[in-house]
Ligand binder design. Sequence first.
Ligand code: 9UX
Length: 72
Amino acid sequence: AKIVGQFRIGGMTCAACVTSIETVLRRLPGVSRASVALTTEMGELEFDPRLIDQQAIISTIDDAGFDAELVD
Ligand code: 9UX
């Protein structure tokens, strides 16, 4: 089953930041939907927890040069 996770994403300053984060997230196995918003500094992802977990998603965002944390 797929689940939806909300992530707070710091360090975004322009629309290109949003696009680059969405692009790397959509390439991840198990991620079926990724939507990032600059103004709210939030990302919403739909993913299959059998294929990827929250920590791997956070690491991917961090590795792209931003600062992510899970919102629960
Ligand atoms: Mo442009 Mo957004 O270099 O970090 S992609 S400000």
